[in-house]
Design a binder for this molecule. Structure first.
Ligand code: ADP
Length: 217
């Protein structure tokens, strides 16, 4: 279903979020205070506009209150990021996701009601570290402090075995959410599905259990 997103702040993060949402077929309003940033987005957004994200009148004139989702991707200017997030929540925007620069910034955004706080550099750093730590882990998504989803290649030891034979949930306490084979993803794996060596597993669980599972494979 087509959704309406507004992205305020078109640095590297804001631009990549806007482009991806637009590519996925959604309506995207891309806003920045800097006209050259806005020009860059003319062909990669539904509408683009030069405006100050801390100017309530300008935001209202752009019809920001009609958007269900607004992403505040203002980077270095903490004051502007905080004020913009506060204004959006005060104007009644349902879902405001804001990018935080550091832990203090995160705390303030949380207090003023940001619905999700994103740390792109920190999250990417974690993922790269997880990837480097294990040659089997292709990707790692942190769900909370203790729980994650990992994407892991099927090792030789599991080749041609069924999920029932491997009994992964009972042995490790982790759950296989899906199996990727080439371009296809099986999102409801059955007990008699047979794994092949080039498959990729999506596994959810407690970080300790996931680690045990990775190490055993
Ligand atoms: P990144 O780390 O994602 O590249 P930057 O800090 O480089 O982030 O970019 C943030 C963007 O936010 C810049 O393009 C900047 O012009 C924009 N910006 C800064 N303050 C405001 C504001 N008050 N209103 C709208 N956009 C802003």
């Amino acid at each position: 279903m087509k959704k309406q997103f507004a992205v305020i702040g078109l640095g590297r993060f804001g631009i990549s979020v806007s482009r991806e949402l637009y590519k996925l077929g959604h309506d995207v309003l891309a806003i920045d205070i800097n006209p050259s940033k806005v020009n860059e987005m003319v062909n990669d957004s539904t509408h683009s506009a030069v405006a100050d994200g801390t100017d309530e009148k300008a935001l209202r004139e752009l019809g920001i209150t009609n958007f269900d989702h607004v992403i505040v991707a203002i980077g270095d200017n903490l004051q502007a990021s905080i004020l913009c997030t506060l204004l959006l929540k005060e104007m009644g925007i349902e879902s405001v996701w804001s990018k935080a620069q550091n832990a203090h910034h995160h705390k303030v955004l949380d207090k003023i009601g940001a619905d999700k706080i994103i740390h792109p550099e920190h999250d990417m750093g974690n993922r790269v570290a997880q990837h480097l730590m294990s040659d089997k882990v292709i990707d790692h998504i942190e769900l909370s402090r203790d729980f994650s989803i990992v994407e892991i290649s099927v090792p030789k030891s599991m080749n041609k075995k069924t999920l029932a034979e491997l009994d992964i949930r009972a042995k490790y306490g982790v759950t296989i959410l899906g199996i990727k084979r080439g371009k296809n993803i099986n999102i409801s794996p059955a007990a008699d599905d047979i794994l092949q060596q080039r498959d990729v597993l999506f596994v959810i669980g407690h970080n300790n259990d996931l680690k045990r599972f990775e190490e055993s494979t």
